[in-house]
Every structure is written in structure tokens, then in C-alpha cells.
Design a protein around this ligand. Sequence first.
Ligand SMILES: Cc1ncc(COP(=O)(O)O)c(C=O)c1O
Length: 377
Amino acid sequence: MAYKVPFVDPREHYRRLKTEIDGAISDTLSRGDLVLRHQLREFEGNLAEFVGVKFAVGVNSGYHALHFSLVAAQIGPRDEVITVGHTFVATVSAIVHVGATPVLVDVRKDYNLDPIRLEAAITPRTRAIIPVHLNGRICEMNRIQAIAREHDLIVIEDAAQALGADFKGQRAGSFGLTGCFSFYPFKILGGFGDGGAVTTNDPEVARIVRLLRFNGEDRETGEYHFHGYTALLDNVQAAVLDVKLRHLPDWVKHRRMIAGLYRDGLDEVEGLELPHFGNDSYGDVFQNYVVRTSLRDELREHLRAEGIETLVHWPKPMWKHEKLALESPNLTETEAICREVLSLPMSAETTAEHVEITVQAIQRFFSSKLKTVAVMN
Ligand SMILES: Cc1ncc(COP(=O)(O)O)c(C=O)c1O
């Protein structure tokens, strides 16, 4: 179905950047620069500078950024890693794949790791914490880092949804031992396929991730240091991402502007919670604009019928997918979130008109609900 208001618009995205993107691709291909060339190194340098760390290492997905971070931190069997139940499955799969045990805890109203629950979940086997900066908002990193220091735990940030977000002026991906980013096409900085990066200030971690992504081989000496993976960020992809990175500050501004328009239009709607959590310490980038209501499924259907595309991140708690064989952690807030959240259209291509159409449709939905309740009374 063609939507009047699409959730994202990759064709329009490309149309706007076509000259720059085509130029970068054609330049890279004409030089025959396919694997690990200067385009990748330049992108890594620019990304590291943007995040505010010494190193960025390009890999082929956010998943591998997480997996390699755990390997570099020497997390393995018998270790427990604490993260949130409300995240994309890759966060947890990375923990499972290094043989460690994921310990899932509940989130707060802002959908991020709750430091109190985090501290309560620590055991003698806990080795690491993966705070997930969901929807473009950073976790409360000062408290999380203080807990990590006190209990001697490693922090690996899942910053897949938070490139450009800051907390007290410091950017996502620069707090922990590593930051893990995803360049999946619909992320704030999206490639034309899968991609990701690890950011770090630790030269040894950067070195290990560089080896891991290239089958364990040191390119300088030809020596294989361990059994690695084929997981390099493609050179052409890096050239395109480097072009897009220059636009990122404008895209963040745009997303904040769109979020502001949603807030202006929806603030007064009773029964709808908006993702504005009122604290100046946080610079959110609104990877997703997530609203919350007990009438979620009905609202989603109403918007679909009006030609407005929405998504649900995520409708079923991860541990209820039986084949994942995760222990049921009994996270009531996460379960409620799965029933109640709805992501509204949000991207660099979302326009004020899109927001206006969406806001009016939502207002109509809730006022008709109020009328129904009034008639019943
Ligand atoms: C919170 C979170 N973590 C990890 C990932 C994994 O990234 P990728 O899809 O690039 O493997 C994603 C991306 O969808 C994500 O949203």
C-alpha cells in the first residue's frame, strides 16, 4: 500500500543526496578501491572525531560491533552480562553468542536502563553491562558508570539508535569501553545495506576489533592472531557513509524540529504519552518518535486506514519467543511497553505537512474515543 505519510522515505532520501552519493560511489569504483582502503579509514577518522573518541572501527553490522566488543572485553562462558529486556534482539544475541548469560532488567518510563534495577541484578558472576540508548536517547550514564566502577564492571554501550545523542554534552559511544553503532539503512546514519562500527579510546580494543573483522589477520604482517570473522565494513559503503556523516548535524536538528511539532500538536491529547522527558542533561536525536497508549492497536489501525504508516518496536517481549530459549525475567514495564508503544513517522525526510496530517488523525481518533465514553456514561 502507498502511504500518504510513509514511516521513512528512502527514495526521497536518495533523490536529495543523489549527486553526492553517486559521486562517492563512482569515485571509489573507478579507483578499484573495494576493500579496506582510504575511504574506510577516512570515514573511521571522521566518525571517531564526531563521537569524541580516539578510534572507530568499521564492521558489517551493529550486531558485530556488539559481538566483537564482548570478545575484546574477554566476556565468555560463566559470565553474566546485564542489559535491558526492551531492546532489539541483536543486543542479547551477541551476549548469547560469546557463551555468556544475558540478564535482562526492566526499563524506566524513558525506555532506558533503570540504574536501580541494574544494581539489584548484579551478582558475583556479572562482568559487563550493556546500556542501550534507545530511540535516540542516552541512558543515565553518570549513574551507570558509577555503578560499573563500584562493582568493577565493563560498560559496552549499545548506541545503535543514538549516533549524535548526548548526555551532559558528551556523545553516545564515548562513555564505555566501546560504543556500538549500526548503519542499517533506516538508522540516523544509514548505509545502503548493513553496516556498523565500534568506537573506543582503548588502542588494544581497537586493534582486536580490526583483527576480528578481518579473519584474525594482521594486514601488515599477514599473521593470523586468532580465528576471526569476515565482517569488514565495505569500502564503498564507507565512502557513502562519509558523505552522509557531513549531513548528520542537520538531520539531528531536523528530527528535533519534527519532534517539537509532534509535541505541539499532541501535548494535550489525553491518554497519549509523548517521548519528551524534560531534562536538560539529555540531547535526544529521536531515532524513533515513540508514543504510548493503552489503545495502541486501535490507534495504529486508524492511522493505517488514514494512510499513515507506523511501526511497533517491538510487539512481543523477546523472552516470549520460545526458540530463543531465554529465561523469563518477569519484566512488567517491558511487557506493558510491548503492548502500548507506537513509533510515528520520523526521518530526515519527514515534513511539517506529514506531522500535521498525523497529528490531526491522532486527535480525531482520541476525540471520537472520548465521545464514545461520554455517550456510554
Ligand atoms: C538497539 C539496537 N541494537 C543493535 C542493533 C543491531 O544493529 P544491526 O541491525 O546493524 O546489526 C540495532 C539495529 O537494529 C538496534 O536498534
